[in-house]
Every structure is written in C-alpha cells, then in structure tokens.
Ligand binder design. Structure first.
Ligand code: SF4
Ligand code: SF4
Length: 290
C-alpha cells in the first residue's frame, strides 16, 4: 500500500512578492500605488521583519522578492534586510526599487555580496536628472560592469556583472487608485471589476505588508493611509477596509488563484482611462521637505 503523500511546507510558490519595508518617501508622486505621496512616516525595522521572513519562508517559495516602499533606501536597516532575505530565501532573486536619491556604495556592495540581485532606479522627473546620475555614478563607479541592452522599453540604461543588475527606468504613466486629492480621496466605485483590473497598473504584484499578504499595494496601504489623513471613518471606504489580506495560517492557494483576476475590492479602482496620470506632467512629482 502506498504511503500517503507528505505535504511539503513549500507547496505555495509565488513568482513575485513585494515586501513593503518603508512607508515614507522623499518624493510625492501623484498616483503612487503605495500612497506614499501622502504623509506616511517610518518603516519596518529588521528586528521585526526578520521574524516575518523566517515565518513566511516556511510557507512560500519565491521567484523574486522585491524590497519596496515608499523609498526602501530610507530604511535604516536596509542592508540587514538584504542579508536576512538572502538567509531565509537563498535561491530567490532579490530586487530593490528605489528613486535613487539615497543610493550609496554600501547599498550596491551588499546587493553584490548576496548575489542574484537587481537594483532598479526609477527616474521620476521629465528630464534625466543630472544630480541623480551623479549619485548613481558615485555609488557604482568602483565596480566593474558591462552595459547591456534591456528588452524592457521602460529601462533606458542597464549595467550588469555576474552578481548584480542595475537598471535605470522611466515610467511615463501612473494609475491613481483613488479619485480626488488629499483629504477628499474616494474610491472610484467601479461597477466593472474586469475593466478595473484590465486598467490596473499592478494586477499581479502581491505585497507583504505588516506581515500579511495583500493583493496589491493600494489595498495594503489603504487603512494606514486613511488613518494618517484622519479619514478612516469615511463611509465610502468601509467595504474596502474589510479586506484584511492573508496571514500565515490562511489558505495561500486561494490567495494565489486570485492573481490577475478581478476581486470585489477592485471596484475601488477605475474602469476607464480617467485614473491615468501623465507622470512627467508639471506638478505630478514633488520633492518633500526634509
Ligand atoms: S518615488 Fe513616487 S512612486 Fe515611488 S514610492 Fe515615492 S512617491 Fe511613490
Ligand atoms: S484593487 Fe484590484 S484593480 Fe485596484 S490596484 Fe488592486 S488589484 Fe489593481
């Protein structure tokens, strides 16, 4: 008689997972999917995050784990985050998405040291920012790279060696996951969920936020953003605040099956082009005061 199949702890595989390690950002971009253009503060210390990574490494295997913000390089424990991700996810590709203004040699060195990494620097201004190009040059100038061509239209510069890829990217269009502006933000209340997800900028980008898995960055950041705006009690948001993500004990397979598919929370987003923002238009990106 065959013995019953033993269930592996790693039955759940995600190709991609963002991990939100920093809520604050030095820029404010209209339409930021992490809602970091609002007055979000702080981030997650590694003393807390290490346990999250250890626990989730027993439930998930990951193709790529992306350290995400806000601005992840503002996190004082950034280098320890990289080391901890490599410890608990030894075979996973580690990606970092940054606006680059705080990039230092030590960030590049730690990503090179743990290997199998991509540092993506997103350029948020219309013209290639010379100051930012100098910051990048100072941070990577000590390392040997080859300049290569990217197959992604948004990547305009790519440097690689056998340990790390560094790519500079520009995204000209953002999709605002709410309508109106600060203190008047409201859900779009789309009636066509399929059209909302068809217009979605991140339909297959799940995120670990405060140790729970969420379908996307906007829904993950919603509660804390509304609280920071003192707008949490607005009745229009209540149906979306009921979505609480998935914890370690929950059925991760049903979470995975939902990727790319319309969920009732997608009525939060717009089903038409009305949510589209020209990211490089005047006034769409602002440097926050320190
Ligand atoms: S740089 Fe802009 S898009 Fe990126 S996290 Fe900051 S506010 Fe959001
Ligand atoms: S709620 Fe749905 S449509 Fe809106 S950002 Fe998330 S996945 Fe996309």
């Amino acid at each position: 008689m065959e013995s019953p199949t033993k269930l592996s702890l790693h039955t759940n595989h995600l190709e991609y997972l963002d991990v939100n390690i920093q809520y604050a950002c030095n820029l404010a971009c209209v339409g930021c999917i992490s809602l970091s253009n609002f007055d979000r503060r702080g981030g997650v210390r590694i003393s807390q995050g290490k346990q999250w990574l250890e626990d989730w490494s027993k439930r998930l295997t990951l193709g790529t784990l992306c350290l995400f913000g806000g601005e992840p390089l503002l996190n004082p424990d950034f280098e320890d985050w990289v080391i901890a991700v490599r410890k608990f996810f030894p075979h996973t590709h580690i990606k970092v998405i940054t606006n680059g203004f705080y990039l230092k040699k030590s960030h590049v060195d730690i990503l090179s040291k743990v290997k199998n990494t991509t540092l993506q620097i997103s350029f948020h201004f219309k013209h290639r920012d010379k100051k930012l190009l100098t910051i990048i040059k100072n941070a990577i100038g000590h390392i040997d790279f080859q300049t290569t061509k990217s197959d992604k239209a948004e990547v305009f510069l790519k440097f690689t060696n056998k340990f790390i890829n560094i790519q500079c990217a520009r995204f000209g269009e953002f999709r605002k996951p709410y309508k109106n502006d600060k203190n008047k933000m409201l859900p779009w209340n789309s009636k066509d969920l399929q059209a909302s997800i068809d217009h979605c900028g991140s339909p297959k980008n799940p995120i670990l936020y405060n140790n729970r898995l969420y379908k996307c960055a906007p829904i993950a950041n919603l509660k804390d953003t509304l609280e920071s705006l003192d707008y949490y009690d607005n009745i229009a948001w209540q149906p979306y605040l009921n979505y609480n993500g998935y914890g370690l004990e929950d059925d991760i397979q049903s979470f995975i099956k939902d990727f790319g598919k319309p969920n009732k929370i997608c009525s939060m987003c717009c089903s038409t082009k009305d949510s589209e923002i020209d990211h490089f238009a005047d006034g769409m990106v602002r440097k926050k005061k320190k």
